[in-house]
Design a protein around this ligand. Structure first.
Ligand SMILES: Cc1cc2nc3c(=O)[nH]c(=O)nc-3n(C[C@H](O)[C@H](O)[C@H](O)COP(=O)(O)OP(=O)(O)OC[C@H]3O[C@@H](n4cnc5c(N)ncnc54)[C@H](O)[C@@H]3O)c2cc1C
Length: 303
């Protein structure tokens, strides 16, 4: 159990701009859902992150890590303990020949644009994925035939116990929307990418084309966390959901998008609505198609 004054201890130890008490998680997620986190902390450096983890450890405070919140459903009761956001305060990109090193809070869009401007090919697929480098590597995010595992050469960071890691691509154990970091709660602080020389105009044209395809097919004007379910082997989740006639299905303010059945969207409901809609979609698809959909989004917090 966390001791009562743990928030005060954080406020004494870290600058005010790094902390926010009772932070509504709806403001930290693209789904715009979720109750408050007791304390949101945003480290600017790995050193600061380590100090936050140490203080949380000393006070027995549970720790949750988030990036841009673009793959998260946070429940209505919010998150007890400390939420560490690796985001705006931990950004930056360095170029060395065809290699890039990025801080984990850099967005994938920023990384892909930096690569394009530097005439480096390989990251165009990531330009429309609204997450961070850290979340992207942990999730092995991918689109249009590209995946983070194809370009990531290493990732480093810290574990909740304060130990440091640096894993090569092979050691990262990438799979479909999976990396070893998910199994050991590794917090990414920096990652390295190996790209190829390319033509800036051509890379920018490719990114523009992929992003036009994305806005034509996906409900980008409505709050979502992207594809709600993973692609089951041999099928597409969106096609199965569509086949069951579920486009437009609603639970309260949560709905299956009319535009793309793989996206469940928030039209002004609660996280409970959204989770119930996920359950109903999963049950109907299982009953009618015999395929069990697994969530791609990660569910956090208390009901
Ligand atoms: C409109 C839309 C379109 C999308 N399209 C795609 C797509 O084409 N392909 C795709 O793969 N995904 C897509 N997504 C989902 C999402 O953008 C990706 O999963 C992204 O990689 C999540 O990054 P994030 O920083 O937002 O992580 P979050 O959602 O904040 O967190 C996701 C997971 O990563 C962990 N995490 C975050 N940062 C770190 C870190 N620094 N170290 C360790 N763990 C961390 C969290 O603990 C959590 O488990 C889409 C989402 C939206 C809203």
């Amino acid at each position: 159990m966390a001791d009562k004054n743990w928030i005060g201890a954080f406020e004494n130890a870290f600058p005010a701009e790094a902390l926010q008490r009772d932070c509504p998680m709806a403001a930290c997620t693209t789904l715009r859902l979720g109750g408050p986190a007791d304390l949101l902390a945003e480290p600017a450096t790995e050193e600061e992150l380590l100090r936050m983890l140490a203080l949380a450890g000393e006070r027995s405070v549970p720790v949750t890590v988030i990036g841009r919140g673009s793959n998260l459903l946070v429940r209505d009761g919010g998150i007890r303990g400390l939420v560490i956001r690796i985001g705006r305060r931990m950004k930056g990109i360095e170029t060395d020949g065809t290699s890039l090193t990025a801080m984990a809070g850099t967005t994938l869009t920023e990384l892909a644009h930096h690569a394009a401007v530097s005439g480096l090919a390989g990251l165009a697929f990531a330009s429309g994925i609204p997450g961070t480098v850290g979340g992207g590597v942990l999730m092995n995010a991918g689109a249009y035939g590209g995946e983070m595992c194809q370009v990531t050469s290493w990732a480093e960071g810290v574990r909740p116990d304060g130990s440091r890691f640096r894993y090569s691509r092979d050691e990262l154990g990438f799979g479909y929307r999976h990396s070893r970091l998910q199994d050991e709660d590794g917090i990414v602080t920096r990652a390295g990418f190996t790209l190829r020389e390319g033509d800036r105009a051509q890379i920018e044209a490719e990114m523009a084309d992929l992003n036009a395809r994305r806005s034509e097919k996906q409900p980008l004007q409505q709050p979502s966390a992207g594809s709600t379910f993973k692609r089951p082997e041999g099928y597409f989740a969106a096609a199965l959901i569509d086949q069951c006639g579920l486009k437009g299905m609603r639970v309260g303010g949560a709905a299956v998008s009319e535009k793309h059945a793989g996206f469940l969207v928030n039209l002004g409901g609660t996280a409970a609505d959204f989770e119930e809609l996920m359950r109903r979609v999963r049950d109907i698809v299982e009953e009618k198609c015999g395929v069990c959909l697994e969530p791609e989004i990660r569910i956090l917090g208390e009901a």
